[in-house]
Design a protein around this ligand. Structure first.
Ligand SMILES: [Zn+2]
Length: 157
């Protein structure tokens, strides 16, 4: 069996299957504890697990799907239930952030229609990804410019 490196350090690989058209990798987050988003306490008791499927950048020209074993925790302090979060996958997204970035770059170099056909992603889905990444980038851009502006202002006045 071919062993592939995911280059996503927050996950450990539980199981890997290389199909003829796809790679499937079952992963779990390395971290054992999560901070409760409601009260800030460290919660260590796992309430349940569910599988979340996300698409990642292709490996050896085959689409790669991650099956993330999402742990839900129950907070000891406030008793709320919450899911763990990831650096490489945003909440509610069906693709890893690096795959979304990749798609965005591809769309810039070609067209949304072309990438949609090549990656076999519905046009409307890809369009949504494209504009959401573009918006994030615009936000980052603004931050960088604003930081620079403050720096310059400090040295001048
Ligand atoms: Zn809590």
């Amino acid at each position: 069996m071919l062993s592939l490196s995911l280059d996503l350090p927050e996950f450990k690989v539980i199981k890997q299957e290389n199909g003829s058209n796809f790679h499937f990798v079952v992963v779990e987050k390395e971290c054992e504890e999560e901070r409760c988003p409601y009260c800030g306490f460290l919660a260590g008791s796992v309430h349940d697990r569910r599988i979340r499927k996300v698409r990642d950048i292709a490996l050896l020209h085959k689409p790669l799907y991650l099956f993330i074993q999402v742990r839900r925790f129950r907070c000891h302090n406030c008793l709320e239930i919450f899911s763990e979060t990831y650096d490489s996958v945003k909440p509610g997204c069906h693709q890893t952030s690096r795959f979304r970035e990749y798609l965005y770059e591809q769309c810039i170099d070609t067209t949304i229609q072309f990438v949609s056909r090549k990656q076999q992603i519905p046009y409307s889905t890809l369009e949504r990804i494209f504009y959401s990444v573009a918006q994030e980038k615009a936000g980052e851009h603004k931050e960088v410019i604003e930081k620079k502006r403050k720096e310059i202002q400090k040295t001048w006045f």
